[in-house]
Design a protein around this ligand. Sequence first.
Ligand SMILES: NC(=O)c1ccc[n+]([C@@H]2O[C@H](COP(=O)([O-])OP(=O)(O)OC[C@H]3O[C@@H](n4cnc5c(N)ncnc54)[C@H](OP(=O)(O)O)[C@@H]3O)[C@@H](O)[C@H]2O)c1
Length: 314
Amino acid sequence: MTISSNPTAPLVVVVGSTGKQGGSVIQALAESDKEYRIRGLTRDVSKPQAQRIATQGVEMMNVNLTADNADAARAAFKGANIAFIVTNFWEHLDKAREVAEGKMLVATAKAADVELLVWSGLESAAEVSQGKYGHVDHFDSKAEITTYARKSGVQLLIVQAGAYASNHLHSPQKEADGTYTLGLPVGPNTILPIIDAVHDYGLFVREGIECPKFGAGTEVLASAEDISVAEMLVQLSMITGKKVVYKRISDEEFMAATRAPHHVALELLEMWKYFEEFGYFGDKDTSSSRQHLNRTPHTWADFVREADWSSILV
Ligand SMILES: NC(=O)c1ccc[n+]([C@@H]2O[C@H](COP(=O)([O-])OP(=O)(O)OC[C@H]3O[C@@H](n4cnc5c(N)ncnc54)[C@H](OP(=O)(O)O)[C@@H]3O)[C@@H](O)[C@H]2O)c1
């Protein structure tokens, strides 16, 4: 682990440092043979996760990155050469809030005159599907922030995160006969670009920063492999020894099973339909984003082998 305190090393400010993506970015830059100073942002430097990161030599800083707190954000970005930013839709489920916070972070990075802004964007499901799926807010909001960032003229590198392998840790349902099912409202051949986000998202950010093929004006699609949901379950069954089978369920069954408010259930339903018909990254090819990584990312099978399924597949 080499996080530098050398004042000539570039300063990387990491939003979401205690989370999956930001934490992974810190890990990957610490593993680099290049020197970086790192400032990790959190709302609570005293929490154990923040304290753990601080022991690695990361300067942890308290800041609440809401849209109305731009002055505090400016102070947190002061002196940054590189900024990594991510917004967290799932904490509030509010598209307008996510867009406002994302724009504030972009404007702050631009005002700090960073050499590179790394942004965790996503596609617009509404645009890619030409209006067919207009409720996938957490994709559309990130695309809106991307558009704003491009127009701002900031030196922009987009690193889109694929579908987290960990999303599926709690999905299998136990059936009366002792087998398990995973129910989704799409066909079994629906493809997901899978990433073990904690282990590997930062690996792709490091590639985007350090590899001359990427950098400002480019995009990295962070995923280890494109795999169908049916194949994921075949591998899950083989590795764990538990029978987990795919079950296509109706839209109504899926929405009820989410146990979420109607608008969130609809968002998740349309997200799956969008993946099935148009692809998670639209028709963009993921393979070129894997060609200059510093190590091999975890496949779905690797993730399954390392994950603790004991409370799920009991
Ligand atoms: N699940 C998937 O498959 C997937 C795929 C692609 C993209 N995404 C996107 O990933 C995003 C979430 O990223 P993640 O997985 O890294 O989240 P996470 O693990 O839940 O971490 C969220 C981070 O954001 C920080 N944060 C949240 N609100 C903040 C605020 N007001 N001020 C300062 N810091 C704040 C938290 O810091 P503190 O709590 O320490 O303050 C924490 O470090 C979501 O927008 C989601 O749409 C998810």
